[in-house]
Design a protein around this ligand. Structure first.
Ligand code: HEC
Length: 391
């Protein structure tokens, strides 16, 4: 008795975990551990839900997604065999190989219903079928990130092993629903060469269909960046249409790998100025704000760049978010190491657009928890003297 109860509980837990993964809609924080081997044959799963799917999405007499006669609805269930049609329809089997990115699961209520509102558990059944069609693993990807207007630096640390300190950088501008990424670069860390194959941008609107279309929003081919270098990502420019400013992006790679390397430009070239100008500036007092309340309300007290970014965590605890973002813990003991960390936040193409200057001026990360400084403030001037000299 106990063991059969136990089995039921485990079974429903497993189902809960799978559907959680699907509901995460593009957040790839979880791997649900499925592989080609334990994936069932997809076609019978589709056949079992085919009638319900046509009833829900086909509309009256199939005028919607079967025949497409109503408001030019795309006929992704049309043709002699809906199974063949649906699998070919762009976005149904997501290019990211992450089922949660399928347009079938992320479409919201439109002229027709959202799948999530359909009866007979249809959403879950479609998820299960898609999971069988796309057994994974998902393509390596950055996970979802927000885009700031201006300079952005997207860490690739978690995309694949050996990519610590590798990043994508770009300047973002948004006008009337078009997001333009300029000066788009792949930056290799000082100790590894990075090779990417056919990266593409995935648009994750706040609600609505995920757009994962390598043909439209991606580059084709391979690119290798030597350790310590940064190179234009293919054309260095990407224009994304129908951008929702409250949405997020994700970059997926057909392949990404690293090989050990040694950059010639390892570390800082203007270390003396870092020590004599930037470090003293970063030790000066600033007003600390609650993270969620940028430049509004009373300061929580005073601190400094080094105070937050150089703070060692209590024994056995993870580094603070400030240290994870920029690790200056070695400022006193090994300034060259601290300098190399700070240097990550220099925009080498446009020094004035460096996050290390923009953040304390309130023009970078809106969550940055300190009161904004003027450009003429001695702290900014002190950091900038080093930033300008660094190459
Ligand atoms: C009250 C603590 C605090 C102070 C003071 C502080 N920072 Fe930060 N800083 C943070 C936190 C927390 C983050 C991570 C923010 C996040 O993840 O959204 C951060 C992130 C950063 C980043 C990385 C980019 C980013 O937004 O993740 C840079 C660069 C930076 N700070 C520079 C500075 C400089 C320069 C100063 C001093 C002029 C400074 N910070 C002062 C807490 C602080």
């Amino acid at each position: 008795m106990v063991s059969s109860r136990g089995r039921v509980v485990i079974g429903s837990l497993a189902a809960a975990v799978i559907s959680l993964g699907v509901f995460a809609c593009g957040d790839n924080d979880e791997s649900n551990g499925r592989g080609p081997d334990d994936a069932p044959d997809p076609e019978p799963l589709f056949r079992a839900l085919e009638d319900d799917l046509i009833k829900t999405c086909g509309g009256t007499n199939g005028t919607c997604h079967v025949r497409g006669s109503f408001q030019q609805a795309p006929a992704w269930l049309g043709g002699p065999d809906p199974y063949v049609t649906v699998k070919k329809y762009r976005g149904v089997l997501p290019a990211t190989k992450e089922v949660g990115d399928s347009i079938l699961l992320t479409q919201v209520r439109h002229a027709g219903p959202a799948l999530a509102d359909a009866p007979n558990d249809l959403y879950r059944r479609v998820s299960d079928w898609l999971t069988a069609e796309v057994p994974g693993p998902p393509l390596p990807n950055t996970g979802a990130f927000s885009v700031m207007s201006g300079f952005n630096s997207i860490p690739l640390d978690t995309v694949a092993p050996g990519l610590t300190n590798a990043r994508l950088t770009f300047l973002a501008t948004e006008t009337n629903g078009t997001l333009t990424l300029d000066a788009l670069k792949l930056v290799a860390p000082d100790n590894a060469n990075v090779k990417v194959d056919s990266p593409f941008f995935v648009i994750l609107p706040r609600s609505g269909k995920v757009k994962a279309d390598p043909e439209v929003n991606g580059f084709k081919g391979e690119l290798t960046v030597a350790a310590g270098e940064s190179v234009d990502l293919f054309t260095g420019k990407m224009i994304l249409l129908r951008w929702d400013p409250t949405g997020r992006l994700k970059v997926a790679f057909n392949k990404i790998e690293s090989t050990p390397g040694q950059g010639t430009s390892a570390g800082c070239t203007a270390l003396e100025l870092f020590k004599s100008s930037a470090l003293p500036a970063m030790g000066k007092l600033v007003d600390i704000l609650p993270d969620d309340d940028q430049d509004a309300g009373e300061p929580l007290g005073q601190g400094s760049c080094i105070g937050c970014h150089g703070k060692a965590p209590p024994a056995n605890e993870a580094p603070t978010p400030a240290v994870q973002a920029m690790d200056l813990r070695a400022a006193a003991t090994d300034p060259a190491a601290a300098c190399a960390q700070a240097k990550i936040w220099i925009n080498r193409q446009d020094k004035a657009q460096s996050t290390i200057l923009l953040n304390p001026m309130g023009k970078g990360n809106p969550q940055h928890p300190m009161k904004s400084l003027a450009e003429s403030d001695s702290i900014i001037v002190g950091i900038k003297a080093w930033v300008d000299a660094e190459n």
